[in-house]
Design a binder for this molecule. Sequence first.
Ligand code: DOR
Ligand code: ZN
Length: 373
Amino acid sequence: MTRTLQIAAPDDWHLHLRDGEALYHVVAATALNFRRAIVMPNLKPPVTNAQMAVAYRSRILQALEAQCNSGQYSDEQVQAMRLFEPLMVLYLTGATTPQDIEQAVESGVVKAVKLYPAGATTNSDAGVSDLLGQCADVLDAMQHLGLPLLIHGEVTDHTVDVFDREAVFIETVLKPLRAAYPKLRVVFEHITTEQAANYVRDHATRDEQGRLLLGATITPQHLLYNRNALFKGGLQPHWYCLPVLKREPHRQALVKAATSGLPQFFLGTDSAPHAKHLKEMSCGCAGCYSAPYAMAMYAEAFEQAGALDDTSLFEKFCSLNGPAFYGLPVNPGRMELARMSCEVPASLPFVSESGIVPLRAGEVLDWTVTRLN
Ligand code: DOR
Ligand code: ZN
């Protein structure tokens, strides 16, 4: 008999949806696999206040509705897609004010603020170069109001080796930040190292209301691949994301964290769409487009780790820990995955004629999402 997994409908706690035509092409993949998603604000221009977040949220829902009406999906799929809820994030800049934070909380749609260290990654030029120096009053307001800070945790100092930038960030930014703002709620996004996994495992304290003060998201690529994937048989641009894949012991530490059942670790794909020609060029963009097959990849990582004997660890990581961190209800809907092969297409429709290459393009995966309702 085909093995199946049944879990509460999962959420993606770290996602890039872009805007305009690109948004239209990618939004359905997420809505068919996740009930909610934390949507990153690194647009051009970035989403820096509540008004922009509310407007971006309606563009996302409009693009999704257009997909629902495109005739490409079954009635059941359309029903599932219409339940999708985007959770919005503000982009922290040197000009963000405590009033922006208050208005974000009042809006009801903004669930967090994102720190991009200036120059760390795609569309991060408007980010912050000196967090503690530039953003003291904003961090105070966030701590006071309980609005989480989502962190791209890499230093941008070019003298620091690219493979060490996350570990150095923990020592030089994250620890001082948490010492100065001990009640600030923080998510260390897309962690890639043993140092990050251990730090989050050992320092996830709680506030007086019992809420976790520290969490971390983990991507499918960092659970399944080490940095060899970037160079296997030649340069592999579709495996290039930031923070970059690390050595095998780091991957193993991340798998241990994700499959630990600890409440501070949860799913965040960091699915980051870029057109094929912009990935396969002399200076290719960072980002892996994983959304359409992410759930199959997470199931594969858990299976490889021997962590699918019962579904409870998988369900915690995919569907329970994230809502608990964000103080949101667990989704009432359910997802079923079956151990059935599923072929990832070479390319999917996107803004340019070249399309977009999903992560694991051309491969056959062992798991398939068979139901989301
Ligand atoms: O690989 C990445 N791509 N890392 C990021 O931090 C940003 C993202 C993007 O927006 O493309
Ligand atoms: Zn990201």
